[in-house]
Write a new protein. Structure first.
Length: 122
């Protein structure tokens, strides 16, 4: 299984966010963090960790049930962005870009930064 193409659901991404932010940690630590941040109980967190392991997103290292992320944040961000573009904008990245720009006013500095980003794509 190519883990960088694995579809993760929002709840699984919450597990991954802890790992991306904290690095390799125990399942117990993840459960404690998500109990504080989201209100999940330990069983919910462990079930989601096991689901992520089954999908190849997390590796379990013993002793102490250490969790190690196998999928980089950028791969998940890219996959989620592609899905959003395809699902809501018919595969048109420029329509997404236009929608994002139209949502709020941008400062001159932000506009200039975007211009440089576009120019760098050429």
């Amino acid at each position: 299984m190519n883990n960088e193409n694995t579809k993760l659901f929002d709840s699984e991404i919450k597990i991954m966010e802890v790992l991306w932010r904290e690095g390799d940690v125990t399942a117990k630590y993840i459960a404690e963090v998500l109990a504080r941040e989201v209100g999940w109980n330990k069983n919910t967190t462990y079930t989601l960790i096991k689901r992520c392991i089954g999908k190849g997103a997390i590796e379990r290292i013993e002793p102490n049930f250490i969790c190690h992320p196998l999928i980089p944040r950028e791969a998940v961000q890219n996959a989620e962005t592609d899905e959003l573009i395809n699902r809501l904008y018919g595969g048109s990245a420029d329509m997404l870009f236009a929608a994002l720009l139209g949502r709020r006013g941008l400062s001159e500095e932000q506009i200039e930064k975007l211009r440089r980003m576009v120019d760098d794509l050429k």
